[in-house]
Design a protein around this ligand. Structure first.
Ligand code: NAD
Length: 254
């Protein structure tokens, strides 16, 4: 799709947490003129954010959903998009961390992390892609992690790394299969971002430790990621697909 209609909706998952990436993405896309379908396991939080966006003159609806529940995802997407313009973008941001060492790992932890961080991206994509095909195109952006590329080495460990590597494989395959329908699919691999996902709000000491590995002399901000999502879902990014954009302060170079 070369020209976007002025009325268009982006679905953003994981927009609930107050200091999180999803919320920053939602606010940025609202500023860029997108209507927003906001999903999170914390329904009250995304409904509140939707009200805030509407009060500021935008269009938005929020619903609570566990992204690892396929049927619930389908229902929630239908609920939020009911009164909104056609869905042209999906930003898969929802995710959970997992600091459990491999030798202590049990099946329940493996499943929890894979189901949310990888199956969730698939369920959202499957729920949204038919509408994009019908509309003649769309943009899918999913959050991977530098953890997928470096084999952990951040806060989360193996199941997280596996799920986030899966997001990159899923993204490439979606790019290939959905490309003929005008749909692009890309991943973003953030380095350390100042949110609460790494076991709580980062202290200045932890930030300094994280920065030690980086080329850029600071941890990332949620706005750093939101700007990249905004770019990749934008009208001008139609020739970029199947890519992983590293927004990581130079932590991983290849
Ligand atoms: P966060 O914990 O602030 O946000 C995660 C959001 O996902 C929360 O709103 C949470 O309620 C939601 N969520 C969790 N499980 C869910 C489920 N089953 N269904 C629906 N919603 C669910 O963390 P964040 O740092 O904003 O993370 C956003 C994304 O970025 C995640 O995918 C994370 O893995 C990824 N990421 C973060 C960093 C970082 O350093 N912060 C680095 C690399 C990747």
């Amino acid at each position: 799709m070369d020209t976007f209609p002025s009325e268009r909706t982006a679905i953003v998952t994981g927009a609930g947490s107050p200091r999180g990436i999803g919320r920053a993405v939602a606010r940025r896309l609202a500023k860029d003129g997108w209507a927003l379908g906001l999903l999170d396991i914390d329904g009250a939080a995304v409904r509140g954010l939707a009200e805030e966006i509407v009060a500021a003159g935008g269009r938005a609806a929020g619903a609570g959903v566990d992204v690892s529940d396929r049927d619930a995802v389908r229902a929630a997407v239908a609920e939020v998009t009911d009164a909104l313009p056609p869905v042209l973008a999906l930003a898969n941001i929802a995710g959970v961390s997992s600091p459990v060492p491999y030798l202590d790992l049990d099946d329940a932890e493996w499943e929890r992390v894979l189901r949310t961080n990888l199956f969730g991206v698939h369920y959202l994509t499957a729920a949204v892609a038919p509408a994009m095909v019908a509309a003649g195109g769309g943009r899918i952006v999913s959050i991977s992690s530098v953890s997928a590329q470096r084999g952990g080495g951040t806060y989360s460990k193996t199941p997280y790394s596996v799920a986030k590597a899966g997001v990159i494989g899923l993204t490439r395959s979606l790019a290939r299969e959905l490309g003929p329908h005008g749909i692009t699919a890309n991943a973003i691999a953030p380095g350390p971002i100042d949110t609460d996902i790494m076991g709580g709000t980062l202290s200045e000491e932890r930030k300094a430790e994280l920065v030690g590995d980086l080329v850029v002399n600071r941890v990332g901000t949620v706005e750093d990621i939101a700007a990249s999502v905004a770019f990749l879902v934008g009208e001008e990014s139609g020739y970029i697909t199947g890519q992983t954009l590293n927004v990581d302060g130079g932590l991983y170079m290849h």
